[in-house]
Design a protein around this ligand. Sequence first.
Ligand code: LUO
Ligand code: ZN
Length: 326
Amino acid sequence: ANICDAQVSDAIRQWLRMPTFDARPWEDEELLLLLQQMYLDHDFCAKFAIDISTLRKFLYEAYKNYNDVPFHNFRHCFCVAQMLYAISWCVDLPSKIGDLEVLILLTSCICHDLDHPGYNNIYQINAKTELAIRYNDISPLENHHCSVAFRLLENDDCNIFKSFGSEDFKQVREGMIRCILATDMARHNEILTNFREMLPCFNYDDKAHVNLLCMVLIKVSDISNEARPMDIAEPWLDRLLQEFFKQSDAEKLEGLPVTPFMDREKITKPSSQCSFIGFVLLPLFEALGELLTELQDLIVQPVRDALDYYKRLNEVTREERLHRKS
Ligand SMILES: COc1ccc(NC(=O)[C@H](C)Nc2nc3c(cnn3-c3ccccc3C)c(=O)[nH]2)cc1
Ligand SMILES: [Zn+2]
């Protein structure tokens, strides 16, 4: 269908607001239409004078700037934006942080992995790549994703912020840079610790608090696959490991240090997911769930269930391995 004319049915729009939404049956063109729908459902085009054809061109340009890599491709960007959208509907995010901050978050999700090469920062730095040199080893990938986003926005045809005054555009630019750079997992503990400190006295009128909440929201959306049903989450883990193993193979070939949790000889899916969900994902989701309690049922409990699933799986595979040896 021509993405200009097709309308998104009410049933699909309802499903789009749930973490159970499955992107697999949809063509790329349809996912672009659904991303457009997320702006329309928040009435952003009216509120921010965004011309619908500019929005379409922006989404299409973003789409073209994702690479055909196993995990960090356009569909990952869609899943991250869709999770943010589901969270926004569940907690009525605009009523808490305002429309502009939600517009910044949604647009940051769409741009957050632009032109990702499929090799992470550790590889960029160890291999002394063009990006590592350009960004002095400081979040080279996230700096690149953000730079590509604003390079796209320089073209008036797809600049969804072209009607913004300079002050508002400055706020958008600061917000998008803050959110996209926050997705560097090397900063995970820093961001989570700061957010936890703020929780007891969280104040929506304090810009510093809202800024930190937005960083946590894009982080949660970015690594949220395990909050989805297992049949949707599992293929993403396979793609991620494919990408990680491609990187560790390259590291071995190029005589670079091999990142331990990426070495196919060293990890099993259940054991690596048990530690990732137990030590990284669940603490982050629980901290967010303390502030936005509506998220307990929507995404925090599903992550606890995923951890239980992988713990049981881990037990079974350990027993099997022991029996095989005996
Ligand atoms: C603190 O920095 C970290 C911590 C953990 C990891 N990754 C892992 O532990 C492993 C590979 N598991 C994992 N990693 C995941 C998931 C979702 N996103 N994600 C991911 C993808 C790319 C880069 C970093 C992460 C965490 C997931 O469900 N599992 C990667 C970086
Ligand atoms: Zn990402």
